[in-house]
Design a protein around this ligand. Structure first.
Ligand code: NAD
Ligand code: GDD
Length: 333
């Protein structure tokens, strides 16, 4: 695969960083692009450009001489972050996405994979903690998460139009909540698994832990190793319609806290705070189509995947403030 050139946008972020390593292990030549370098360890990309992909000319630089584009860059975070500024997040992601797909086609990329989200699914189907797993055709009639989810849905359609009108090869992947080592665990963008790991790690045995909502809301969570493998398999498939990528292992937020507490060996008292953002009441992935298309689905159980995640976050929190990484970043011309 060394002759095959891949671009990963968002390579300074959580999933993109793992994906770069996965593609390198497969033998690809990889260019990583992000507005920032990876925070926790240096990128294994062959070259890493620091670029702002809201700018059309930056997208041109990013996609030049590339065949496979894995487009993951986005202004994103957990439910607290994506409900904090609908205007800013929507504007940033609209600019990044339309300029990226336009540049990709213009410069002759062969395949373009877009990282969409379960946030595109209608809120009216997610009002019950005992939720019916969401299948791809449920997306319409639309009622997505405001801002972030609406923009993802728009970009899904743009991918479809590029395929229909220009014969441009696209893939659309709807990730369900992804966790794992090297993911953001503080600062405001963290999602529930990393936030809970951080809070448990910082709590004394027998102490209190703050949980957003009443703890009965439900989700399914996917380990990042399954995520990057799924992304790769979907890119290889000839399938251009949207596909879920998640597990169908539904668990309540309180259940998630219990799993992490058990890994940490701590007994904690839960203090629920209903004034904090909660998002949908229940969300789960229906993987029937994923299984049909790939003959594969994510397989890492939450109780298993949380172990390295918790230990990585706990170790990070023990470490003294780190010096900036010496990353192999080069400024793009
Ligand atoms: P992340 O925030 O860790 O990574 C996204 C990266 O995009 C960041 O490193 C960020 O710096 C970069 N970026 C933002 N604005 C940019 C700009 N203007 N120019 C260049 N780079 C820019 O998030 P992640 O969890 O790795 O998510 C990757 C993709 O998957 C995103 O598109 C996200 O919307 C999607 N997704 C993630 C999840 C999840 O649970 N992690 C769920 C659904 C969808
Ligand atoms: N973030 C966070 N932090 N969530 C918490 C916490 C906490 O300390 N305590 C409890 N929760 C609850 C939230 O209230 C929410 O009900 C649930 O855990 C899940 O929160 P998140 O992980 O932040 O987000 P989400 O599942 O609602 O949405 C995420 O997943 C989507 C894909 O499935 C977001 O990251 C979206 O951006 C993403 O597209």
């Amino acid at each position: 695969m060394a002759d095959r050139r891949a671009l990963v946008t968002g390579a300074g972020g959580f999933i993109g960083h793992h994906l770069v390593r996965f593609l390198k292990d497969k033998g690809y030549w990889v260019r990583g692009v992000d507005i920032k370098e990876p925070e926790y360890e240096a990128s294994s990309a062959d070259e890493f450009y620091v670029l702002d992909l809201r700018v059309p000319e930056s997208c041109d630089v990013a996609v030049k001489d590339i065949q496979d584009i894995y487009h993951l860059a986005a202004d994103m975070g957990g439910i607290g972050y994506i409900t904090s500024s609908h205007a800013g997040i929507t504007l940033n992601n609209t600019k990044i996405n339309v300029h990226m797909i336009d540049a990709a086609r213009k410069f002759g990329a062969e395949r373009f994979l877009f990282s969409s989200s379960a946030c595109i699914y209608p809120q009216y189907l997610q009002r019950d903690a005992d939720v019916t797993p969401l299948k791809e055709d449920d997306a319409f009639p639309a009622d997505p998460e405001e801002g972030y989810g609406l923009e993802k849905l728009y970009m899904e359609k743009l991918c479809q139009y590029f395929t229909e009108d220009y014969g441009f090869e696209t893939r659309v992947v709807r990730f369900h909540n992804v966790y794992g080592p090297l993911g953001t665990y503080d600062g405001g963008r963290e999602k529930a698994p990393a936030a809970i790991c951080r809070k448990v790690a910082l709590s004394q045995d027998g102490g209190e832990i703050e949980i957003w909502g009443d703890g009965l809301q439900t989700r399914s969570f996917m380990h990042v190793d399954d995520c990057v493998e799924g992304i790769y398999r979907i890119m290889q498939s000839g399938y251009h319609l949207p596909l879920n990528l998640g597990t169908d292992e539904l668990i309540s937020v309180d259940g998630l806290v219990d799993l992490v507490s058990a890994i940490a060996g701590k007994r904690l008292i839960k203090r629920h705070d209903p004034s904090r953002p909660q998002g949908v009441r229940g969300r789960n992935s229906n993987n029937s189509r994923l299984r049909e298309v790939l003959g594969w689905e994510p397989r890492i159980m939450l109780a298993e995947g949380l172990v390295p995640t918790y230990h990585w976050i706990a170790k990070e929190l023990e470490a003294p403030a780190k010096a900036p990484l010496a990353a192999p970043a080069v400024a793009a011309e």
